[in-house]
Design a protein around this ligand. Sequence first.
Ligand code: PLP
Length: 327
Amino acid sequence: MPTPAPASPLPTIEDVRAAAARLHGHAHRTPVLRSATADARTGASFFFKCENLQRMGAFKFRGAFNAIAKLDPAQRRAGVVAFSSGNHAQAIALAARELGSTAVIVMPADAPAAKLAATRGYGAEVVTYERLRESREAIAQRLADERGLTLIPPFDHDDVIAGQGTAALELFEDAGELDALFMPLGGGGLLSGSLLAAEAMSPRCAVFGVEPAAGDDGRQSLRSGGIVTIGVPETIADGAMTTHLGERTFPIIQRLARDVVAVDDDALILAMRFFAERMKIVVEPTGCLGAAGAFAEAFRWQGKRIGVILSGGNVDLGRYAGWLAGS
Ligand SMILES: *Cc1c(COP(=O)(O)O)cnc(C)c1O
């Protein structure tokens, strides 16, 4: 079913630029790394934007900070609420603290203790729920209503999209125009924001979202022309286990993305090993999606300049050691 036109104007490059100004001095300007090995193996020239080195370990700090920074003073004083067991939770917690606001994060009671502790460590109040009995959306909405909190969703929100676009904006500023750009695709906040940056900064650049083969709803959505919803995919890319694109992200992706490609978990593990062994950096499985997709497609881009967003580096060290060791 075709998705109806969005009710209000979608974010633009001006919103991405305004987000960049807000983030200045708060987010890290992460490095763009090169790799002679990656270039020699593929015949292309790679530019890796290292958001694994961003504050709290992922690009999500950008969108969270931008969204909270845009609240009016009364809303900021009242606080924000988010539901997430992953990087969005920590991003909201840290950004709220940094901006003098407070955050309530709704997380499943059986979330890993390390994640609950990390989120509390950034100063957030954690409210847990029973995964099988309750809906986290409903709990977050109730908290928002009862306490006057502002709900900040992980991707389907204009200020989040604009904030996420600042990573690609910096990449184009630092690396110049690119022939292709690959990045992970979950709900599409990162991809839609990056597409706005690419359109303005490098209009001939072909931009690709890369998602886990087990959950290729983005690819299905592009093919069918409407948002396709799937079951929760089983993959080690836990930041891309989303079941559908957003109503704000999809129209931007549909208009500007060259394509969506999919990679399996084995390709993510190979990429993780490559980054550890060759480039000495820790990239989480979801953060490897763009690189794994780019490596698979590089034969089409011989002699060309390929950007890749390494979106995050938050791993459970025990599991990470196992992936590196091949167990
Ligand atoms: C959230 C996340 C993604 C996916 O981002 P979307 O905006 O939902 O597409 C990719 N990588 C990491 C590390 C993430 O935390």
